[in-house]
Design a protein around this ligand. Structure first.
Ligand code: HXC
Length: 511
C-alpha cells in the first residue's frame, strides 16, 4: 500500500463506522421519530467538541454466523467532549446495529469510558437505546453488563452519572441507569421494564401496554424511577445540559458559580402576604421558591412524583443550592413514604457533590394510615432523617409555617446538624397541631366550650416560633420579604464549613 492508499483506507474505515447499521436502518430510526446515536451525541455536546474513541472496535463473536457480520464500532459510540465548556464522557447505544444490543466488545467500550471518567473526574452520560443483552453472545454479554454495574457503583458519589433512555431499555439493562444519579426519559419514545408486557401476560395474566408499564409518565409520576421527562429528544438532551450546569465535575470540586445580575439584597414585599393567616389554607411553595432564587430559575427534580415534597436545583448569588421543600398545596405537605424516599435520595446526592442544602419547612407531620404503616413509613421516613443527619454540606433551614412532630426533627432541624435555622413569624413549632393535642391531653374531660378555650391556649403558647427561638433551636425569626438576602448571608457564612462524620466503612441507611 502506498501512502495515499493508507490514508484512503483510514477514511474508508471512518466512513463505514459513521454509517453504523447502514442507510436503511438509519432511515428506519428517523421514521420512528428517533435520532441516531451519533446525532444525539452531537446535539448533546458543545459544538465541535466530540472526540470519539474505539470507533473501530468490532465484536468477537463466532456463533450464529456473527463472524460474517461485523460492524465497526459494534453498536456503541463512545468518547468525550464538553458541555458548558467542561469535560464530560459520553456513550450512546446505536439501535441501527443489532438493535443497540450489548456485546462483550461494546460493554468494554462503556467500561473504558467509565474508568476514564473516574480517573479524570468528569461526569458520565449514557444515552440508552437498546434491545438489551446481545442474544448471540450469551453470558459474555451478561458479564459485560455486570462490569458496567460494578463501575456505576464505584463511580457513585465520585462523578455525576446521568442516563437518558431514548428507546427501549429492558431486562437487566435497566439496572445500569438505575444505579446512576439521574434518569431522563422521552414521552412516548422511551420504555423501561424488567420484564415486558408479553412475559407479564404469561406469568400474571395482566394485560398492559408497554407505555403503561414502562413509559416516561409511568416512571416519572408513578414509580419514581425516572427524574425528568422531555417532550422530545432535543428537549431531553437540553435538560441534561441544564442539569450539569448546577453540578461540579466530581466530588472534590465545588459546584460551578455563575455570575448573576439578580441583587443579593433583593427584598420581596409580596412574600409578606404569601402565607395565609388561616393555618388550614394551602399556598404554593413553588411561588415562594420562585421569588427567592436567582432569576426565577429552578430546575425541579421528579416534579411529577410525590408532589407533597419539592426537590430541585437553583442558585443564590450565582451559587448552586439544592432545595428541599414541603408543598402545602399537595396533601398539605405531609411526609409519606414516597416523599421521604424522594427527598432522602436528593439530599444524599447534594451532600456527595458539595451542593449546600436549603430546606423550606411547612409540614403537618407524617401521613397516618394503615397503607403507610404497612408500607414501612417508619423505615422510609427514617431515610430522610438519616440523609439530613449525615449530610455535611452547609444546611440552611427556614420554617415558613407548620413544623409539627417528628417531621420538625426530620426536616433539617438544628438538632440534626443544620447550620442556620430561620423561622417566619407565621411558624408553628410543636409536637402536634392544637386540636389534636387538646383531644389527647383533655380527652373526655372537657366540654366543647372548654375544648375551644384550651385549643386557643395551646395555639397561643405553642403555635408560634418563639418557644423554639427562646431555646436557641431557631437562630433568628425573619420577615418573609428578607428571605433571599438572609439565605445568601447564611450561604456566605457557611461557605468554608468543615465537618466530617466519624470514620466508617459506610453507614447503614434504612433501605
Ligand atoms: C441481538 C437484537 C437484540 C438483542 C434486537 N436485536 N434486540 N439483536 N440481541 N437483544 C436486533 C433485531 O434482531 C433486529 O435485527 C434489530 O435489532 C432491530 O430490532 P427489531 O425487533 O426489528 O426492532 P423493534 O421492532 O423496534 O423492537 C425493538 C425491541 C425488540 C423491542 C428491543 O427487538 C426486542 O424485543 N428485542 C429483544 C429484547 C430482549 O429480550 N433482550 C434481552 C433482554 S434480557 P434485524 O437484523 O432483523 O434488523 C437482558 C439481560 C440483561 O437484557 C441482563 C443484565 C443483568
Amino acid at each position: 500500500m502506498d501512502l495515499k492508499e493508507k490514508y484512503n483506507q483510514l477514511e474508508d474505515f471512518n466512513k463505514k463506522a459513521e454509517l453504523g447499521g447502514g442507510i436503511e436502518r438509519i432511515k428506519k430510526q428517523h421514521a420512528a421519530g428517533k435520532k441516531t446515536a451519533r446525532e444525539r451525541i452531537l446535539q448533546l455536546l458543545d459544538h465541535g467538541t466530540f472526540t470519539e474513541i474505539d470507533k473501530l472496535v468490532t465484536h468477537r463473536n463466532y456463533d450464529f454466523g456473527m463472524e460474517k457480520n461485523k460492524i465497526l464500532g459494534d453498536g456503541l459510540i463512545a468518547g468525550y467532549g464538553k458541555i458548558g465548556e467542561r469535560l464530560v464522557y459520553v456513550f450512546a447505544q446505536d439501535f441501527t446495529v443489532f438493535g443497540g444490543s450489548l456485546s462483550r466488545a461494546n460493554a468494554d467500550k462503556i467500561v473504558k469510558i467509565q474508568n476514564l471518567a473516574l480517573k479524570m473526574g468528569a461526569p458520565v452520560i449514557g444515552l440508552n437505546d437498546s434491545g438489551g443483552a446481545r442474544i448471540q453472545e450469551g453470558v459474555e454479554s451478561l458479564a459485560g453488563y455486570a462490569d458496567i454495574f460494578y463501575n456505576n457503583v464505584m463511580s457513585s458519589g465520585v462523578v455525576p452519572q446521568v442516563s437518558a433512555i431514548l428507546g427501549p431499555c429492558a431486562g437487566g439493562a435497566v439496572y445500569s441507569p438505575a444505579l446512576t444519579d439521574f434518569i431522563f426519559m422521552v414521552n412516548e419514545k422511551s420504555h423501561m421494564f424488567v420484564t415486558g408486557p408479553e412475559v407479564i401476560k404469561t406469568v400474571t395474566h395482566e394485560d398492559v401496554t408497554k407505555e403503561e408499564l414502562g413509559g416516561a409518565l409511568t416512571h416519572n409520576a408513578k414509580s419514581g424511577v425516572a427524574h425528568f421527562n422531555g417532550t422530545d429528544e432535543e428537549q431531553t438532551l437540553m435538560m441534561i445540559r441544564e442539569l450539569l450546569s448546577f453540578l461540579p465535575s466530581n466530588n472534590l470540586e465545588e459546584p460551578p458559580v455563575k455570575t448573576t445580575l439578580d441583587p443579593s439584597d433583593r427584598t420581596e414585599e409580596s412574600l409578606q402576604d404569601l402565607i395565609p393567616a388561616d393555618p388550614n389554607k394551602p399556598y404554593d411553595m413553588n411561588e415562594l421558591i420562585q421569588k427567592i432564587i436567582d432569576n426565577n430559575h429552578f430546575l425541579e427534580v421528579q416534579a411529577q412524583y410525590a408532589q407533597n415534597i419539592i426537590v430541585g436545583f437553583a442558585r443564590f448569588g450565582g451559587k448552586p443550592v439544592g432545595i428541599v421543600a414541603n408543598q402545602p398545596a399537595h396533601l398539605a405537605g405531609v411526609l409519606d413514604i414516597n416523599s421521604s424516599a424522594k427527598a432522602a435520595r436528593f439530599v444524599r446526592f447534594c451532600d456527595a457533590f458539595n451542593i449546600p442544602l436549603l430546606t423550606l419547612v411547612d409540614v403537618p407531620g407524617f401521613l397516618p394510615g394503615t397503607s403507610q404503616e404497612f408500607g414501612g413509613i417508619i423505615k422510609h421516613g427514617a431515610k430522610l432523617l438519616y440523609a439530613f443527619s449525615e449530610a455535611t454540606v452547609p444546611k440552611i433551614t427556614i420554617i415558613t409555617r407548620k413544623a409539627y412532630g417528628g417531621a420538625y426533627d426530620v426536616m433539617s432541624s438544628k438538632h440534626i446538624g443544620a447550620d442556620v435555622n430561620f423561622a417566619y413569624p407565621t411558624s408553628e413549632i410543636a409536637v402536634m397541631g392544637p386540636e389534636g393535642a387538646i383531644n389527647i391531653i383533655h380527652r373526655n374531660k372537657f366540654n366543647e366550650e372548654e375544648k375551644t378555650k384550651a385549643v386557643q391556649e395551646y395555639r397561643d403558647k405553642f403555635a408560634n416560633p418563639y418557644k423554639a427561638a427562646s431555646l436557641g433551636y431557631i437562630d433568628e425569626i425573619i420577615n418573609p420579604k428578607d428571605t433571599r438576602k438572609k439565605i445568601i448571608g447564611a450561604l456566605d457564612m457557611t461557605k468554608n464549613k468543615r465537618k466530617s462524620n466519624p470514620p466508617k466503612k459506610h453507614g447503614n441507611i434504612p433501605l
